[in-house]
Design a binder for this molecule. Structure first.
Ligand SMILES: NC(=O)c1ccc[n+]([C@@H]2O[C@H](COP(=O)([O-])OP(=O)(O)OC[C@H]3O[C@@H](n4cnc5c(N)ncnc54)[C@H](OP(=O)(O)O)[C@@H]3O)[C@@H](O)[C@H]2O)c1
Length: 288
């Protein structure tokens, strides 16, 4: 098959997708402003800034498929508009985009509203498309591993309603399947697991795996917001602070539940059962 261009290439998700596509023998160009830490042998890196439309057509030219991973920023929709316009001009045939599960039912969260609009734009683009819609990542636990190890607390305030979260390695597997097949063209596909993760429940899984009591730190959004602010090295992006705090409030009050249909669609696109949270925790703990 033809060459694949993937944006967001230096980010957390692309870091997991890249080796899966590379090992499958696909010709891959990685695009982001900063060079990814790992560019596998045979893959290329092309600097791209999605806010700068002028150079995007040349960057995408010669590629059959665009894997469109856009960052969670206020102007994400404009970035995607630029990418879709350039993809059309460059003769790209198909876009595989990363959205979010149940985005249209959670539009109080600004970046979910952005994703809702992005789905519309992709469907209107005239390009062949697949929109993968992952739920909350298991790997978001990476944000709270330090307090887990040092203070025996699970500090991600996801509440008690529940999120049918997903392993990013399953997103990589699904990406490979939809890129290399036409079976899923024109579809929006939720990606989730049967594990309806909650704060108390995740703390319980960590307790069982580590063989000691891990306590859920509770639903304190003030501490969560302070943690995001501290994560910014210099300037604080107030839009992102508000956005992620709102998302966590909605996680606590509404959750993000998968239906039986969502779970079946996930398993179909994966071609295997979704990875499970307890296995993710066991693997993560083994690497401590
Ligand atoms: N985390 C979750 O639970 C979750 C759940 C569902 C869906 N998602 C979606 O998953 C996607 C990927 O998430 P992630 O964790 O990989 O995000 P990430 O680590 O923040 O990566 C974002 C990527 O976007 C690039 N980027 C930022 N500004 C750019 C610009 N102006 N031009 C070009 N590239 C730019 C960044 O690279 P440079 O800075 O080098 O340009 C980076 O490669 C997002 O769309 C998110 O909404 C996440």
């Amino acid at each position: 098959m033809g060459k694949i261009f993937m944006t967001g290439a230096s980010g957390n998700l692309a870091r997991v997708i890249t080796p899966v596509l590379h090992q499958a023998g696909l010709e891959l160009t990685l695009g982001s402003r900063q060079r990814p830490e790992v560019v596998p042998g045979g893959a290329e890196y092309t600097p791209v800034d999605l806010t700068e439309p002028a150079h995007l057509e040349a960057a995408f030219s010669g590629h059959e498929t665009l894997i469109l991973i856009s960052p969670v920023v206020k102007h994400e929709v404009g970035m995607v508009e630029n990418a879709l316009a350039a993809a059309r001009q460059a003769g790209v045939k198909k876009v595989v985009a990363i959205g979010i599960m149940n985005e249209a039912k959670r539009v109080q969260i600004p970046h979910f509203e952005n994703k809702r609009r992005i789905v519309e734009l992709i469907k209107e683009s005239g390009l062949e498309y697949v929109i993968l819609k992952p739920s909350f990542f298991f790997q978001n636990d990476g944000m709270v591993l330090a307090p887990l190890r040092e203070h025996d607390v699970y500090a991600l305030p996801i509440g008690s309603v529940g999120l049918n979260a997903v392993d990013t390695r399953d997103i990589a597997d699904a990406t490979l399947r939809v890129v290399t097949s036409e079976t899923f063209d024109g579809q929006e596909i939720p990606l989730c697991s049967p594990d309806r993760c909650t704060g108390e429940g995740n703390a319980q899984v960590w307790s069982e795996v580590l063989g000691k009591e891990i306590t859920y730190a509770g639903d304190d959004l003030g501490a969560f917001t302070a943690g995001i602010r501290n994560a910014f090295a210099t300037t604080v992006d107030e839009w992102l602070v508000d956005d992620l705090t709102t998302m966590m409030r909605i996680n606590q009050t509404v959750g993000n539940h998968a239906t039986d249909h969502d779970l079946a669609a996930s398993e179909t696109v994966l071609g295997h059962a979704p990875r499970r949270y307890k296995d993710f925790v066991a693997e993560t703990a083994a690497a401590f």
